[in-house]
Design a protein around this ligand. Structure first.
Ligand code: AMP
Length: 375
């Protein structure tokens, strides 16, 4: 088993904020970082030693990129399979491409979960019009390339579903029964090259318009549910043979059942608070696992909450950063993105406090202050 030591170079496929926070952790530990994506002056590229700006389909460039680094990882799971395969011809790729294959396609992921006995909401695979069956109130989701509620349509009936499927261009989709949930939770687990697994305390996640808005941790779960969520995450890390980070998003139904919503084979937005609240952040764990180093402690030093900053925060001009930073427990994270489009994740705020509830109040107050312009 190869250990990639500090001083070595890590290649990151993708160049968004997840790669940026990974690169910051990697640089701190003395690694060099190269990033590959079709973008320039990207969130990851601003931190990396080298930013390759080329299409994922240019497999010769991908091979050259991989040949120049010691290990390749990715920061988003929609990297085309052929890209990951080309990289694997020239370098170690962690997690391996099979994890991408399952998790980058909603239908494949749902079927994998159901066929391996994991709890998921009722769903139908939609490949032709006759697959659109009545499962009550449902969400029609595209099978590929969906995230943050994009490519999703709420439907009340089969007729609605047909209309939505037409709008979607009659592409492969999943029709998923709406879950009457009490809460949304996530568990981030990490698996090292030797199979060792560690887990963070579950986060409680609040969404607005299908996009994560606020996470807080530890989620107020009883011990039994917490253990159940962690054991499901462990089983998934093992069954998918992940070397790296895996986030499992759950619905907690009103009758106390955990159902898996989706998987992300990488650090997750709901784990950003681990940077300021835990001994080892989810990004440092990604680094340690893909490099074959021992994993760090996931212990939380203080309860915490995170609030996303979407482009909408810029709608009336530059946010009032000083007003938010005037709350001493607030940590500001900005991703270096130049265009603050509505719905675009531009940064986040984290607060630590004596309880997750207090931390949540602090991040919400700080975010509201961003909109109060100085007199
Ligand atoms: P996704 O991109 O699939 O994670 O969906 C984004 C958000 O939409 C989720 O976090 C939920 O808030 C909501 N959502 C997605 N699927 C369902 C479902 N089957 N039932 C209820 N809410 C859902």
């Amino acid at each position: 088993m190869k250990t990639v030591l500090p001083g070595s170079t890590i290649g990151v496929l993708g160049s968004g904020q997840l790669g940026r926070m990974f690169a910051i952790a990697a640089r701190r530990m003395g690694y060099r970082v190269h990033t590959y994506s079709p973008d320039r002056d990207s969130p990851t590229g601003q931190i990396a030693d080298i930013e390759i700006d080329a299409p994922y389909e240019d497999l010769d460039r991908v091979r050259a990129f991989a040949s120049a680094v010691d290990v390749v990882t990715f920061e988003f799971e929609n990297v085309p399979a052929a890209t990951a395969e080309a990289a694997a011809e020239c370098a170690l790729v962690r997690p391996a491409g099979n994890v991408l294959h399952v998790t980058q396609h909603r239908l494949r992921e749902k079927m994998f979960l159901r066929d391996h006995g994991f709890p998921v909401t009722r769903f139908a695979a939609i490949r032709e019009a006759s697959d659109l069956i009545d499962i009550g109130p449902a969400i029609l989701k595209t099978a590929g390339f969906g995230y943050d509620g994009k490519g999703q349509y709420r439907v009340k009936s089969v007729t609605d579903a047909e209309g939505a499927w037409n709008v979607m261009g009659r592409t492969e989709a999943v029709l998923e029964a709406i879950v009457d949930f009490d809460a949304e939770l996530s568990v981030i687990g990490v698996r090292g090259v030797d199979g060792e697994c560690v887990f963070y305390a579950p986060s409680w996640n609040q969404h607005t318009d299908g996009i994560l808005d606020v996470s807080s941790a530890p989620a107020p779960l009883g011990e039994k549910l917490q253990n159940e969520a962690i054991e499901i995450t462990r089983a998934l890390l093992e069954q998918l043979d992940v070397t790296g980070v895996l986030c499992v998003e759950f619905f907690l139904t009103r009758d106390g059942q955990l159902l898996i919503n989706e998987l992300a084979p990488r650090p997750h937005n709901s784990g950003h608070l681990t940077i300021d609240a835990c001994i080892t952040s989810q990004f440092e764990q990604q680094l340690r696992s893909v490099c074959g180093l021992p994993l760090g402690s996931t212990q939380m030093l203080r309860p915490a909450a995170m609030a996303n900053l979407l482009g909408d925060v810029w709608a009336a001009g530059e946010p009032n950063w000083a007003a938010a930073c005037a709350i001493p427990e607030i940590k500001l994270h900005l991703y270096g993105k130049l265009a603050p489009r509505p719905g675009r994740k531009m940064g986040h705020l984290t607060a630590t406090a004596d309880s997750p509830h207090e931390a949540e109040q602090l991040v919400r107050t700080a975010r509201a202050r961003l909109l109060n312009r100085p007199a």
